[in-house]
Design a protein around this ligand. Structure first.
Ligand code: CMP
Length: 236
């Protein structure tokens, strides 16, 4: 069992600096738990259980719920990513909710164990800070685009972000290069990432399809012409 957990821990970027012995010690502190798709793992405002979650398999979405019940997606996280560190560090209630997008397996570390690990291993603190800086940069970009961009600019910006984060470049038979975003978000999720409604996303995506900039299949988004998206995103 521990060997298995050590294997899973090796897939977590945060622990890439740990040696075998440290990983084995950490494995003893970890509880592995399975979650079904669409299960809430962490609830915004909750202060009852303070633990860090490492994603061993599957993916989750981090989101906030507005007073009108509308959700804003802050991020998608997947295998090797972590969440729940903010409450662990500042002792405040959960800053956002986290829900599984697929069936998922998590490794859970309780607050005291994790804080002790950070104190003993500065490399982990550095890796944590580095990831938190990355998330803050992305959040800043999101705030900037929400307050200054038009809705079509925001949807284009969301597609460009997805492309950067998880797009796969592929050469087509006729020598062109396209970018494929596999397991694409639903139109509702794209709306929740862009601060708009599903209907508006549907209208803007149809426009982008007509302009031959993108194609949407059941599972993927294919980007044929990223310049069209860049142009929309830069115009605001
Ligand atoms: P915590 O506040 O403990 O619980 C919710 C978690 O969501 C939070 O820790 C972070 O791990 C994660 N989270 C919050 N805001 C963001 C964001 N903007 N991007 C990515 N993850 C986030």
């Amino acid at each position: 069992m521990d060997n298995n957990v050590v294997g899973l821990l090796k897939g977590v970027e945060l622990f890439s600096e740990l040696n075998e012995e440290q990983l084995a010690m950490l494995a003893n502190l970890v509880v592995v738990q399975d979650f079904n798709r669409d299960e809430t793992v962490v609830l915004e405002g909750d202060d009852s259980m303070q633990a860090l979650y490492l994603i061993a398999s599957g993916s989750v979405q981090v989101y906030m719920t507005g007073v009108d019940g509308r959700e804003t997606i802050l991020s998608f996280l997947e295998r090797g990513d972590f969440f729940g560190e903010m409450s662990l560090i500042d002792g405040e209630p959960r800053s956002a909710s986290v829900r599984t997008v697929t069936d998922a397996q998590m490794m859970i570390i309780h607050r005291e164990s994790f804080l002790q690990l950070i104190r003993q291993t500065p490399e982990i603190a550095m890796a944590l800070l580095s990831e938190m800086s990355k998330r803050l940069r992305k959040a800043n970009k999101q705030i900037g685009s929400l307050s200054t961009m038009s809705v079509s600019g925001r949807v284009a910006g969301t597609l460009l972000n997805l492309m950067e984060e998880r797009g796969v470049r592929i050469h087509t038979d006729n020598g062109k290069m396209v970018v494929v975003i596999h397991n694409r978000p639903t139109q509702q999720q794209l709306a929740d990432m862009s601060g708009t409604t599903r209907e508006t996303v549907s209208r803007i995506c149809s426009m982008l399809v007509k302009a031959n900039a993108i194609a949407m299949t059941g599972k993927d988004i294919v980007i044929f012409d990223e310049n069209v998206l860049q142009e929309k995103a830069s115009k605001g």
